[in-house]
Design a protein around this ligand. Structure first.
Ligand SMILES: [Zn+2]
Ligand SMILES: [Zn+2]
Length: 193
């Protein structure tokens, strides 16, 4: 499927300093979901994904997903009896994100066979708390401590940056707001994951 081909960036391409690679990939993946979802009666979507679809029309999706596809999805949903608020456990798109998450965690875990990757992860790599915990289930036992070390390094780096940022704010300097987003990602993962 064309829309899915667009999401095939590998985890190694998603490796950047200061950001969780799994969050990065899933964040992009979220925006292709509108192209994947098929109009069907009784489709159940959580609050986040219903709004993601509603917003997708004017967003970066417009090229790959014409507004028609979202409106036909919504039309079918309106025809069936209202489900009320749907939890993430019952959401069709959350389900697709969780499948993608497992695929990508597996892919990332395989990278641990490359000594250069291990070295990079040790000194530069970032992981959010959630994906670090999940990744430990996929990496060979001997690398679990390394995952913990990455998280602790990330935590203290963010603390230092945030303390400095906090001091700047007191002096009326307001630059560097991107830091708060990085702290949020570290604490809870990307939005909607
Ligand atoms: Zn993450
Ligand atoms: Zn959802």
């Amino acid at each position: 499927m064309k829309a899915e081909a667009a999401t095939q960036a590998s985890v190694s391409q998603a490796l950047t300093k200061g950001a969780c690679p799994i969050c990065g990939i899933l964040k992009d993946f979220q925006w292709t979901l509108a192209a994947i979802v098929r109009p069907q009666a009784a489709l159940r979507l959580c609050n986040f994904h219903t709004w993601a679809l509603a917003r997708s029309r004017g967003g970066s999706l417009e090229r790959s997903t014409p507004g028609e596809s979202v409106s036909s999805v919504f039309l079918e949903m309106l025809k069936s009896s209202p489900a009320g608020k749907v939890s993430s456990d019952d959401c069709a798109l959350c389900h697709r994100v969780r499948e993608e998450e497992v695929t990508r965690l597996r892919e990332l875990a395989q990278q641990f066979q490359r000594p250069m990757f291990v070295e990079w992860m040790k000194t530069q790599g970032s992981l959010c708390l959630d994906h670090a915990g999940k990744l430990k289930e996929f990496v060979p036992l001997r690398y679990r401590t390394l995952v913990d070390e990455v998280v602790e390094r990330n935590r203290s780096e963010l603390r230092e940056e945030l303390e400095a940022f906090h001091e700047q704010l007191k002096q009326g300097v307001h630059a560097g707001g991107g830091l708060l987003g990085r702290v949020a990602e570290f604490l809870v993962g990307q939005r909607g994951l």
